[in-house]
Design a protein around this ligand. Structure first.
Ligand code: SF4
Length: 262
């Protein structure tokens, strides 16, 4: 078995104590690299896999940083970027932390190959499952890697919104597979207008969550701060009323725990 001191990952930053990354006080570790390119990304500097600003650190270093925060934390949440792209490397770190009684969470976009990262799923206590949306609008919203400057188009072609595309539905398929394993703490939806039909999506999520009343749906009204094209994004921001109306619709669809961040 390779020692933790011999396995390296690109670190963006560590927040020793956070209470917004899952249950209880947790250390949050932000790793570098993401395959997506969400136009509202508030940490766009974490998207490139390799950058001068991220330092390569060993798992031993991360382990020690987390252990310094004990006994004031319940566990650790790995975020990014997208943490599952480091799936093989994270397994021994999670095993070591869990052997110390800490819980290990992943904050993920849900766009991963389930079978490929299965060994990481097995040692993950919970996912904070960041549902990005659905349908063809996602191609522009999150998958257009050519758009490095993050310019937000003002025209999204509505008739394309419901086109079926397996790649764009992988997140919902993965959510459906994680729920019966008791691996999901909350589903997060960044709500913005025009790129996907939020009610249609919430209806699908409600069908998935109907047997899991403890899993929360957190609807986060998008904000433009930190995005690369703040002005372009601003025309897609829903009002607080629209956000509350979506939350009411989610409750009407039978989702038990619905939270909003306005
Ligand atoms: S999934 Fe989207 S929001 Fe999250 S880090 Fe990647 S590009 Fe940014």
């Amino acid at each position: 078995m390779t020692a933790l001191s011999e396995i390296f990952v690109p670190l963006h930053r560590i927040i020793p104590f956070s209470n917004v990354e899952g249950q209880g006080n947790r250390s949050s570790i932000f790793l570098q690299g993401c395959k997506l390119n969400c136009l509202y990304c508030h940490n766009p500097e974490t998207i490139p896999r390799y950058t001068e600003n991220a330092k390569l650190v060993s798992l031993q270093y991360l382990y020690e940083q987390v252990m310094e925060a004990v006994p004031f934390i319940r566990g650790v949440t790995i975020s990014g970027g997208e943490p599952t792209i480091h799936h093989k490397k994270l397994v021994p770190l999670f095993e070591a932390l869990r052997s110390q009684g800490l819980t290990c969470y992943l904050d993920s976009s849900g766009f991963f190959e389930f079978d490929r990262i299965r060994s990481l799923i097995d040692v993950t206590d919970k996912f904070l499952f960041d549902l990005k949306g659905e349908g063809a609008g996602l191609q522009t919203l999150c998958f257009d890697r050519q758009n490095q400057t993050g310019i937000v188009p003002q025209q999204v072609i509505p008739e394309r919104l419901h086109i079926k595309n397996d790649k764009l539905e992988r997140n919902l398929q993965n959510l459906a597979a994680l729920l019966p394993l008791n691996k999901v703490e909350e589903v997060r939806l960044v709500f913005l207008k025009h790129f996907f039909d939020a009610e249609h999506l919430v209806g699908k999520v409600a069908l998935l969550l109907r047997n899991y009343p403890d899993v929360a749906l957190k609807i986060i009204r998008v904000h433009s701060k930190g995005a690369r094209d703040e002005t372009g994004l601003s025309t897609h921001i829903p009002s607080a009323e629209e956000t509350n109306a979506l939350a009411a619709y989610a409750r009407q669809c039978g989702i038990n725990k619905v939270l909003t961040i306005l």
